[in-house]
Design a protein around this ligand. Structure first.
Ligand SMILES: O=P(O)(O)O[C@H]1O[C@H](CO)[C@@H](O)[C@H]1O
Length: 324
């Protein structure tokens, strides 16, 4: 097969697919080129084309709003919103605290798109489907992903309301073979074996710490390791103690697979966890994690989060453009 010119994803100029055709017919795909392991490049291009026809903004930065953190998108000006129900091939949000729409517009003059509502594995979506919007963002021209989430603090020095810059992750679900990239690989999205050792952009993390100083919030900004479990139940004491032993600082039910998908298609990634609860690592307490508390802490921190993330967008945009 002749080399195909590829400039949209991954910055590679051309490639030769390993095989002429990918196996792509099954129950979910109905033989139309969309396998249960993911929608085809062409199908997602159709989704991107639908959005490009509906909106005038051409975003370069994408933001995923975590549970109870949807107000991040309320700082966006000249906003154009599209509910997920109206977007071809998009799943719908079923979790409280996730509105379920894409918001396009500008933050401090930078063109962005925000997901007000993400998709989780426990909602019944396979991981590739949870991450489908990341690939769509990339096809829209987004080069930088800012993923936010609510997480339980496992590091004993963390307090409720702290912001954790994600330095790295442990892909627990991936250990069991559940990975958003599982299945046939289309090189137009990215390589078969993407490296993950520099998943969380070093320059962005450095900038975020500078912005924390500038805004006088360094006392609540941490840096640590995140892990995602499948949910929807919160963890047992034994599970949490095991995670602590292997170096996890914060626990959630999202983000890791989104980051893997984003890195696969060569996006720069920054992730931020809002510590919404202390993980219960002792049997000697009546404390229990609950989603209402998660949403409450999101509300409590919404002003700081909005200011912080808006400033990050500006600073990331500056360094992205400087390195072009
Ligand atoms: O990761 P986000 O979507 O922020 O939400 C976190 O909060 C919810 C539990 O309260 C779970 O969905 C968990 O993943």
């Amino acid at each position: 097969m002749a080399p195909i010119n590829v400039t949209v994803m991954g910055g590679r100029k051309d490639y030769v697919p390993a095989k002429e055709t990918l196996p792509e017919v099954d129950a979910e795909g109905n033989g139309n080129g969309n396998s249960a392991k993911g929608y085809s490049y062409e199908t997602l291009q159709e989704t991107a084309n639908f959005l490009l026809a509906r909106i005038s903004i051409r975003p370069t930065i994408g933001i995923i709003c975590g549970s109870g953190m949807g107000s991040l998108a309320e700082s966006i000006v000249d906003a154009e919103s599209i509910p997920y129900e109206e977007i071809p091939n998009f799943p719908i949000s079923t979790v409280e605290g996730h509105h379920g729409r894409l918001v396009f517009g500008r933050l401090d003059g930078v063109s962005v798109v925000a997901m007000q509502g993400r998709f989780h594995y426990y909602e019944g979506y396979p991981l590739w489907k949870c991450c489908l919007p990341v690939r769509v963002m990339r096809l829209l021209g987004v080069k930088t992903l800012i993923a936010t989430n609510a997480a339980g603090g496992l590091n004993p020095t963390y307090k409720i309301g702290d912001l954790m810059i994600v330095k790295d992750h442990i892909n627990m679900m991936g250990f069991a073979g559940n990975n958003p990239l599982h299945g046939p690989n289309d090189e137009r999205f990215g390589p078969r074996f993407p490296p993950m050792n520099k998943a969380y952009n070093y320059e962005y993390r450095k900038l975020a710490k500078e912005v924390a100083k500038e805004y006088n919030i360094e006392n609540i900004v941490r840096e640590g390791v995140y892990t995602c479990l499948g949910g929807p139940n919160f963890e047992t004491v034994a599970e949490l103690n095991m995670l602590k032993m292997v170096g996890v600082d914060a626990v959630g039910m999202s983000t890791v697979h989104e980051v893997i998908t984003a890195r696969h298609c060569d996006m720069n990634v920054f992730a931020l966890s809002l510590i919404t609860n202390e993980c219960v690592t002792s049997y000697e307490t009546d404390d229990q994690a609950n989603h209402d508390e998660v949403l409450d802490v999101g509300r409590m921190r919404q002003d700081i989060l909005r200011k912080f993330v808006s400033r990050l967008v500006t600073r990331f945009h500056q360094i992205d453009n400087a390195s072009l």
